[in-house]
Design a protein around this ligand. Structure first.
Ligand SMILES: [Zn+2]
Length: 245
């Protein structure tokens, strides 16, 4: 599985049979364009977790339509004017907790603590979780009540993901949350069975350094925290141990 960072929460995931693109709103290194031009075969799937400008860009997605097998879009995106430019017959609209499946792939959506959905995608070559803006949005300067609401919303959603398995999870570790920035990802890794982590939603901040107590003892998994658009890693699993190369 080869993963390339686009920007913010945007990633390209290359599998042998298919190419998955998540939350492509800006792609300064023109990764997607290059991949679509050079790939010779296979399905191409685009995912957008919600309509916020830093996750969805209708013009960018419409431009690639001739190459796209299917778009999976969170239902709130219907309200965005530019969504109408996408080929309707190839768009699957997803509410939280809904699903889609064919002989190649299975997609399940979860709710977000922000707008829209997160996605779990099962393919024969691996399982991917992309959180969208699902996170423990613990803003330090906020009121006690609001911080409690954010925690409750996060924990409520987290219970529905308990024990979830994925080969790789993309999860926000947002520098704006200061001392709380790794809280959500930490709780997520503790509650699920994900085998590797890619941090995201951290534009303008230095490469993420996770605190030493981030993982529960014995539950360490490989982590990649990209910062530069176009950065690429290959995710491999050898003897059940994963590695980003
Ligand atoms: Zn966002």
């Amino acid at each position: 599985m080869k993963i390339t960072y686009l920007l913010n929460s945007g990633f390209a995931v290359e599998l042998g049979q298919s190419l998955l693109i998540f939350d492509d709103y800006q792609d300064p290194a023109r990764v997607v364009e290059h991949l679509l031009q050079t790939r010779e075969r296979g399905q191409v799937y685009f995912f957008a977790s919600h309509s916020h400008f830093d996750h969805f860009n209708g013009d960018a997605l419409a431009r690639f339509a001739p190459h796209v097998t299917r778009y999976f879009l969170s239902n709130d995106i219907k309200r965005v004017r530019r969504a109408a430019a996408l080929p309707k017959e190839r768009v699957t609209w997803l509410d939280p907790y809904s699903g889609w499946k064919d002989e190649h792939m299975e997609v399940t959506s979860y709710s977000s603590t922000d707008l829209g959905t997160s996605f779990r995608v099962v393919t024969a070559e691996g399982t991917i979780f992309h959180a969208g803006d699902f996170n423990w949005w613990d803003w330090l300067g906020d009121t006690h009540e609001n911080r409690q609401l954010a925690e409750n919303a996060f924990r409520k959603q987290m219970r529905r993901m308990e024990g979830m398995e994925a080969d790789v999870a993309f999860f926000p570790v947002d520098g704006r949350l200061e001392a709380s920035k790794t809280k959500g990802a930490k709780a997520f890794c503790a509650a699920t069975r994900v085998r590797s982590l890619v941090t995201m939603h951290n534009v303008g901040y230095p490469r993420v350094e996770l605190p030493p107590d981030f993982f529960m003892p014995g539950r360490e998994i490989p982590v990649w925290s990209p910062v530069s658009p176009g950065e690429t890693k290959e995710l491999v699993f050898l003897d059940k141990k994963g590695e980003f190369r």
